[in-house]
Design a protein around this ligand. Structure first.
Ligand code: HEC
Length: 135
């Protein structure tokens, strides 16, 4: 084995190592799962939701509807339920943004932290957020 071949092999090994490091770095790290504990709504949004909740929801639900049945599920389930079923007898009577404001308010009332970004206004955008009542 001459020096040329050794150099070639060494270069090959270095190349392989580099490629595998690249593959590891290049593979987008699986986005950390988002939960409602990551600050998925803003305070201003929850504030708007509070006014809507007071006029549209509290007459039937008082301080808060029961939320445990949505626990540990994608937030889209809570949002879709409210948007397609509530207010009882007048489902879909609020705008998509108003429904998401109400959900932001429900999250804040459940003791969840506000963040810098508003909750989106479509159910599909909420499928990646898990609704965990406890951390
Ligand atoms: C006219 C009365 C009425 C109004 C107004 C109303 N709801 Fe409801 N809501 C109900 C009833 C009745 C149920 C139970 C129906 C069911 O579980 O299918 C319910 C169920 C719910 C639930 C599921 C948890 C539970 O208690 O079973 C949520 C969450 C909810 N409502 C949120 C809202 C929100 C948010 C609003 C305002 C946008 C709203 N509701 C307005 C009557 C109402």
């Amino acid at each position: 084995m001459n020096l040329y071949r050794i150099t070639l092999i060494a270069a090959g090994v270095a190349l392989l190592a580099g490629a595998s490091a690249l593959a590891q770095n290049g593979a987008t790290p699986a986005a950390a799962p988002t939960t409602v504990w990551d600050g998925v709504f803003t305070d201003a949004q929850a504030e708007r939701g509070s006014a809507i909740y007071l006029s549209e929801c509290s007459p039937c639900h008082g301080a808060s509807p029961d939320l445990p049945r949505f626990d540990a599920k994608p937030l889209s389930e809570l949002y879709s339920f409210i948007r397609t079923r509530m207010p009882d007898g007048m489902p879909g009577s609020l705008s998509a943004a108003q429904y998401s404001d109400v959900v932001a308010y429900l999250l804040r009332s459940s003791g969840l932290p506000a963040g810098a970004t508003e909750l989106p206004t479509t159910s599909s955008a909420m499928t990646g957020i898990t609704f965990n009542l406890t951390k």
